[in-house]
Design a protein around this ligand. Structure first.
Ligand code: RIB
Length: 335
C-alpha cells in the first residue's frame, strides 16, 4: 500500500516550506502569489494529500469533535435530535460522534472512555444511567465539558430539558376536555426523571379538571418502545378505559397495532394519545394526537450550549427549558 503523503512531501514537491503549505491549506495564504497558492492546491489534489487530523489536533488542542450518547438510536425522537446536533455542530466546524447504549451502564462508560481517548471536546448526554456518580467518576476528572439532557438526574452542570410537567398537564387537560375520565397511562417500570415529571403533570392536570386518578388502577407498565405499547394491549383492555395516555409516541403506536389486532377502532372504541410528535405520528391511521417536544431544536440547543461552554469554560451553569405543545390530530374522540 502506497505511503501516506505527508505535508513535508507536499511542501517538497511544491518547492515551498511546510509553513507555507499549512497557511495556504488553512486559507491563510493570501500573502503568497496566486501561482504559489494554485501550485500547492493542485499538487495537494494530484498527490492525494489529506491532513493528519491527530497531528493537527496536537497543535490546535481541539479535535473539533462532540461525543453524543443517547439511549436508543432506533427511536425517531433521538434520530431527529441527533440531526439537530449534527447540523449545528457542522455550522460551528465540529463533527458529532454518536453512540446509543440502551441504558447499559458498562457500555455507556465504555463509549465515554473511547470518546475521551479520541479527545472529543465535549459531550452531550441524554441517558438516565449516566448518573451523578458516573459524572463525578468519569466526566469531571477528565475536565471535559458536557451538557446533560432529558433523562438525567438534576445536578450541577449545563442542563437542557423540556417542560415535561407542562406536557403531562396539557395532555390531561385535553383528554378531560374531550370528556374522558377513565384514562390508562402507559408508564415504564423504571421511569427516568423526565418521564416521572410527565406523569406528575398528568395527574395534577386531571385533578384540576375534577378527575381523580388512582395510579394503582390506571397505570399500566410498559417500556418506552413500540413493542412495549403493543405488549401492554391486554392489560390496557382489562381496565376498560375510554382513553390511553402513552408517555411516548412509540408506545402509542405499538398499542394502536395491538388494539387493531383485537378488532378495536381508534378512536371510536378507545382513544389514544402519545408524547414527542415523532414523524411516524402522521403516517399511522388515525394520525396520532400527541404532545410535541421540539426535537430538532433540542439537538440544536444542546449543541449551542456545549460550544458556548467550550468558548467560555468558566461561565455560570446554563439551564435551558424548552416549551412543549399539544398537537391535535385524529386519535382522540370527544365523548
Ligand atoms: O421517546 C423517547 C422518550 O425518551 C422521549 O419522550 C424523550 O423525552 C426521552 O425521555
Amino acid at each position: 500500500m502506497a505511503k501516506k503523503i505527508t505535508i513535508r512531501d507536499l511542501a517538497s514537491a511544491a518547492g515551498v516550506s511546510v509553513t507555507t503549505v499549512s497557511q495556504i491549506l488553512n486559507g491563510k495564504g493570501d500573502r503568497f502569489s496566486k501561482a504559489t497558492q494554485e501550485k500547492v492546491l493542485h499538487l495537494r489534489d494530484e498527490l492525494g494529500y489529506v491532513p493528519d487530523f491527530n497531528a493537527r489536533n496536537l497543535i490546535l488542542r481541539s479535535s473539533k469533535t462532540i461525543g453524543v450518547l443517547v439511549p436508543n438510536l432506533n427511536n425517531p425522537f433521538f434520530s431527529t435530535f441527533i440531526h439537530g446536533v449534527d447540523i449545528t455542530a457542522r455550522k460551528e466546524g465540529f463533527i458529532a460522534i454518536v453512540f446509543g447504549a440502551n441504558h447499559e451502564v458498562d457500555l455507556e462508560r465504555f463509549y465515554l472512555r473511547q470518546l475521551m481517548e479520541r479527545s472529543v471536546d465535549g459531550f452531550i448526554i441524554a441517558s438516565a444511567s449516566i448518573t451523578a456518580k458516573t459524572v463525578d467518576d468519569l466526566l469531571k476528572p477528565w475536565h471535559t465539558p458536557y451538557v446533560l439532557f432529558d433523562q438525567n438526574e438534576n445536578r450541577a452542570g449545563d442542563r437542557l430539558e423540556t417542560d415535561d410537567y407542562q406536557g403531562g398537564h396539557q395532555a390531561a387537560a385535553y383528554l378531560a376536555r374531550q370528556g374522558h375520565q377513565k384514562i390508562v397511562v402507559l408508564h415504564p417500570k423504571l421511569p427516568t426523571i423526565n418521564i416521572n415529571n410527565r406523569l406528575k403533570g398528568f395527574v395534577d392536570g386531571l385533578g384540576e379538571a375534577g378527575v381523580t386518578f388512582d395510579a394503582k388502577q390506571w397505570i399500566v407498565p410498559a417500556e418506552l418502545t413500540k413493542a412495549g405499547g403493543y405488549q401492554a394491549t391486554a392489560d390496557v383492555l382489562s381496565k376498560k378505559p375510554t382513553a390511553v395516555f402513552a408517555e411516548n409516541d412509540e408506545m402509542a403506536i405499538g398499542l394502536m397495532r395491538g388494539l387493531h389486532e383485537q378488532g378495536l377502532s381508534v378512536p371510536d372504541d378507545i382513544s389514544v394519545m402519545g408524547y414527542d410528535n415523532i414523524d411516524l405520528d402522521e403516517y399511522v391511521m388515525p394520525q396520532l394526537t400527541t404532545i410535541e417536544q421540539p426535537l430538532h431544536k433540542i439537538g440544536e440547543t444542546a449543541t449551542k450550549m456545549l460550544i458556548k461552554r467550550l468558548k467560555n469554560p468558566s461561565m455560570d451553569w446554563q439551564k435551558v427549558k424548552l416549551a412543549v405543545k399539544l398537537v391535535e390530530r385524529d386519535s382522540v374522540k370527544h365523548l
